[in-house]
Design a protein around this ligand. Sequence first.
Ligand SMILES: NC(=O)c1ccc[n+]([C@@H]2O[C@H](COP(=O)([O-])OP(=O)(O)OC[C@H]3O[C@@H](n4cnc5c(N)ncnc54)[C@H](O)[C@@H]3O)[C@@H](O)[C@H]2O)c1
Length: 333
Amino acid sequence: MTDKLKVGVIGLGFFGNRHARAYADHPAAELIAVCDSDPARAQIVAQATGARDFSDLHALLQLRDLDAVSICLPDRLHEEAAVAAAEAGKAILLEKPLAHDNYTARRIVAAVEKSGVRFMVGHILRFDPRYVHTFHAAAPERLGMPIHLRAERNGVRATASRLGSSSSILFYMGVHDIDAMQWIARSRINRVYAQKVERLGTGNEDALCAVVNFENGAIGTIDYSWAWPDGLMNGFRSSLEIVGTKSAVYLDCSDQGFYVVEQGGTSGGDTHLWPEINGRITGALADELDHFVKATLSGAPYVQHHREALDAIPVLDALAESAQTAVPVDVLR
Ligand SMILES: NC(=O)c1ccc[n+]([C@@H]2O[C@H](COP(=O)([O-])OP(=O)(O)OC[C@H]3O[C@@H](n4cnc5c(N)ncnc54)[C@H](O)[C@@H]3O)[C@@H](O)[C@H]2O)c1
């Protein structure tokens, strides 16, 4: 590997586009290839960044000088690309969720571990200062034993309609909070009881609420929604709290600290996750990709081991099963 990480991006939709732009701007990365099954989309990104364009991910993976790939495909398509990248010997940043079910996730992990390639899952909250502060403030010596947690992630119905059957409220949004809750509580979820509502006809769940139990005895509640009218400020709101025997910690991301008031109403904008500032993608996504580039080049461990990312997936399976059957479900790992 040379002094710069030669990177490719597979999938150039909402998020892959942002990955490509962030790599193209990174001083220690060189974006050499981009791929989308829609050739026109790949050509537009290639022209803007100077990368080569591909419409077949396997052709991109044959590039000998390619060191690493970001895989930003729809959730149900992660396996083919991740396994092929592992077999081609490329370092991988795979967007969350690791996979859309535990069986598939375990096959991906088996492939990357067999090949020995570096592997990181894009759990962006590990790079969001609000969540990282909460993790440190919830250290056992400060928090004591966790008693209860609450996580909320609510988005607009336009997202549910845009994704249709390519995703679900659990894969797209829920995995963020399952990973964050297990990380911050320093304990895994082992039992869930969920219920859902589908009324808006978007092709996705409108809402899913659940009670979850942790191995350390704590209890938690989660509140997911894709039912908010599209006028919801910033398109989403999220919060998380943890209450322990000695202290409590909470964060609230519904306020981005920026408002535009017009005759038609008030709007805002992203100031934390991937805001474009002075022509650059910044925020937690830029920090995540910066970490991936630098740790891959140096050989340092990633901030999250992929086995910890894997731990979220069986919880999603259990939540989906419980919401379907309306009975509590044990998490099978
Ligand atoms: N970390 C975060 O906060 C965050 C935010 C958004 C999305 N994501 C994740 O990123 C991934 C992509 O989500 P998105 O919203 O960008 O989806 P998207 O539907 O906007 O984009 C997917 C892209 O993949 C392309 N594609 C589909 N099949 C392909 C194939 N076989 N080969 C090459 N290209 C193919 C599509 O043409 C499309 O351009 C998902 O896993 C999602 O969960 C993460």
